[in-house]
Ligand binder design. Structure first.
Ligand code: AMP
Length: 112
């Protein structure tokens, strides 16, 4: 499968890892949109939010369990942050492996 995030999981492509366990991986975004911009992914190929189901939802919950720890590690737990998932064409999803953007380190815009 020609998935760039699967290649990052398999260390075929380098990434700047922030957090990793057996189920998930978090790494700095290559084109950060905020002072802190981390991508968090499950270590199984799930294409998008449309493909989340009872068989893979434990990977998604693992992401949300890790978010407080990742935010603390990056020093944005107190100041706050935004978590974004883009799904499909209208959501402007550009990588077809479900991922959550963790953005912080500045005041976010109130509009989308
Ligand atoms: P999205 O537009 O929601 O699909 O977000 C994909 C994100 O992945 C973008 O913010 C990209 O900058 C980021 N990205 C793509 N390739 C890499 C890479 N090799 N390493 C780190 N981040 C990447």
């Amino acid at each position: 499968m020609n998935c760039i995030f699967c290649k990052i999981i398999n260390k075929e492509i380098p990434s700047n890892v922030v957090f990793e366990n057996d189920k998930i991986l978090a790494f700095h975004d290559i084109a950060p949109q905020a002072p802190v911009h981390v991508i968090i992914i499950p270590k199984i190929h799930v294409s998008s939010a449309n493909e989340v189901n009872e068989n893979n939802s434990n990977y998604i919950s693992e992401i949300f369990i890790a978010i407080p720890e990742i935010a603390k590690k990056l020093g944005i737990d107190e100041s706050g942050y935004r978590i974004i998932n883009n799904c499909g064409k209208d959501g402007c999803q550009s990588v077809g492996h479900i991922h959550f953007h963790l953005l912080g380190g500045k005041m976010m815009s109130e509009s989308f």
